[in-house]
Design a protein around this ligand. Sequence first.
Ligand code: GUN
Length: 298
Amino acid sequence: MAEVIDGKSVAADVVRKVQGLTAELAGRGIKPGLAVVIVGEDPASQVYVASKSRTAKKCGFHSLQHTLPADASQADLLKLVSDLNADPAIHGILVQLPLPAQIDAGAVIQAIAPEKDVDGFNFINVGKLGAGELATAFVPCTPAGSMLLIERVRGRDLSGLNAVVVGRSNIVGKPMANLLLAANCTVTVAHSRTRDLPALARTADILVAAVGRPEMVRGDWVKPGATVIDVGINRIPAPEKGEGKTRLVGDVAYAEAEQVAGAITPVPGGIGPMTIAMLMANTVTSAFLAAGLERPFF
Ligand code: GUN
């Protein structure tokens, strides 16, 4: 049976560290400020955003939420981003995705000042990560959190290990691959066009699943002893719990994979809590840099 990697506990460690750093800034009269922007009323986004705001308050941040109506224009959103860019009380700006169809999400993300881009989606930060400039980049929260969990199991230097990342999104798959490469893994990025994905997955010492397909990665895709990181959060029907009930599963068939893996993240309680914790880490980091202080690392 695999070691279960407790994302909640590691996320709590990160939040405690953020609280300590926030207290250090308070001594200098600085309070980290995080602005979360949401457009419309997508229920899943509302849940995520509420959770981000709650954790920000717990960290001692100045936490601000802007809700724009579902029919807000691109100009409205760009104006808000521009105001937040100019506001010295704000160190982190997060525009919750997805955005309504009338808004060009790419244009909005690129309008966020790179030094306040705590999502790590701006091309400046994407480019820094791609170039291995980790000392100055903001790294997207989900892959950054996944790396912290991998380090807990495998240590910081992953030299010689084969990593397979299933999924090539800009938010998870690609930045994840770059982080693993920076940690000296041999990295393969697999996706929907990959041939014989099960055989490729079985070569992985570190297997990251980030495809958004419930329980796609089966137990016999996992190399014995591998570290399995499940980024998926999928809600599926659970008739066994009663009519109309649902449950959350990852992209990995957990019950099968845990028989084979050396260590595995559960869903829920694995990567999910880490994503929010790393948003707090990026925001306090931004506040340190804005004050001309040495960057803290997590
Ligand atoms: N929607 C789902 N995940 C994310 C994320 O990490 N950042 C933003 N901005 N929106 C998201």
